[in-house]
Design a protein around this ligand. Structure first.
Ligand code: NAP
Length: 345
């Protein structure tokens, strides 16, 4: 396979590039060469996808069996890349997001659930609260307009974790587990959680491209396979941390001054947060490794000096230790600690 990756040097794109090189594919990555070094074994073409000239030059360097647009979020940029590269590729794949669904995270979603309103010809955010999701929908629409149904592949992952993750969600929990002591464990221990390992997302995408698959797929492990407790237990096991998990009532915690999703990473109360149906992808061959393996490998990577690309979202994640301690104390006083568990036992 001859593959072109738009991006390919930060996280998802980087892991896809490594995976494809490992399969013996011929891999080209296109980026500005500003922020990170792409993996070994790829052909690098530098350019800016916002430049029509650079896109035309890129198209002239083809053809490819497939293009993967990994990190597109602005519909007009995705549209312009898809249009410029259409003559140079057989297939076009796009990494979208669960955020495309209008009903997420309020309720469960399947591939046929309603989407946000997205316009393929918009380049600016479409409303304060749903910007990212609407922009992904607009980007998807741009690809559907440029490519026939048998030539595009759209994946909508939920949360993606694993080595090279730059958002910093798992990194924060791992470092928290390492520090040990009393740990504010949000909500119910058995709350389902379904982040996908970046390597499983990559394998699914590349397998689909190799097999001629097309269409739109949610990408996540089954919702009932892992729990929030599994995540925290795996973080303690991976880091060797010793801690006491204090499971604090969701409703109580949601009433405090705590930013859901970021201050306590991966915690958010709407019932659909972790209720993505990915049966279509599973039937098409998606396999997801155990969450503990993702946690273990991410810690191994960090411990070996692995460093994700600098990203402003990293700083949004985590709660400061004084605030955590203060919340635990208050939860104890107000009877909001539902259960506690010392680990390792
Ligand atoms: N993290 C999650 O939990 C999650 C969940 C759902 C979906 N997703 C989706 O997963 C994807 C993550 O992608 P990633 O950031 O890891 O991809 P990536 O391909 O590894 O990195 C982004 C690449 O884009 C390049 N780039 C940025 N601006 C550019 C421009 N103007 N022209 C050319 N290249 C440019 C960057 O290099 P240079 O800066 O050197 O140009 C970099 O190589 C996104 O689509 C995200 O929406 C993530």
């Amino acid at each position: 396979m001859d593959l072109l990756i738009l991006g390919g040097s930060w996280f998802v794109g980087r892991v896809i590039a490594e995976d494809a090189v490992g399969r013996g594919w011929s891999v080209t990555v296109f980026n500005r060469g500003r922020s990170a070094t792409p993996p070994e074994g790829v052909r690098v073409i530098h350019g800016d996808r916002e430049s029509a000239h650079d896109l035309a030059r890129l198209a002239g360097s083809g053809p490819w069996d497939a293009v993967i647009d990994v990190a597109g979020t602005v519909p007009t940029m995705v549209r312009d890349a898809a249009r410029a590269l259409r003559p140079a590729t057989t297939r076009y794949a796009f990494v979208s997001s669960v955020s495309a669904y209008a009903g997420w995270p309020a309720g469960p979603v399947t591939e046929t659930s309603p989407l946000h309103d997205g316009d393929p010809d918009r380049s600016d955010p479409e409303g304060a609260s749903h910007t990212y999701g609407a922009m992904k929908v607009g980007s998807e629409a741009a690809i559907r307009r440029e490519f026939n149904a048998d030539r595009f592949l759209i994946v909508r992952p939920g949360v993606v974790l694993g080595p090279h993750e730059y958002v910093g969600r798992l990194k924060w929990w791992l470092n928290r587990a390492l520090r040990g002591g009393p740990i504010l464990a949000p909500g119910r221990p058995d709350r389902p959680i379904q982040p996908v390992d970046v390597r499983d997302l990559s394998a699914f995408l590349l397998d689909q491209l190799a097999d001629g698959g097309s269409g739109t797929f949610n990408v996540a492990p089954p919702a009932d396979r892992s729990s929030y407790r599994d995540l925290l237990v795996a973080c303690l096991a991976a880091t060797g941390g010793r801690g006491e998990l204090l499971w604090i009532d969701d409703e109580w915690l949601a009433g405090q001054d705590v930013r859901q999703w970021t201050e306590l990473p991966l915690w958010r109360v709407p019932p659909g947060t972790w209720a993505m149906d990915a049966k279509r992808a599973t039937a098409a061959g998606l396999t997801c490794r155990p969450l503990a393996e993702t946690v273990h490998d991410t810690w191994a990577w960090l411990s070996a000096g692995g460093r994700a690309v600098d990203h402003e979202r990293d700083a949004e994640h985590g709660i400061n230790p004084e605030k955590e301690r203060e919340l635990i104390d208050r939860a104890e006083t107000e009877g909001a600690v539902r259960s506690r568990e010392r680990l390792p036992a």
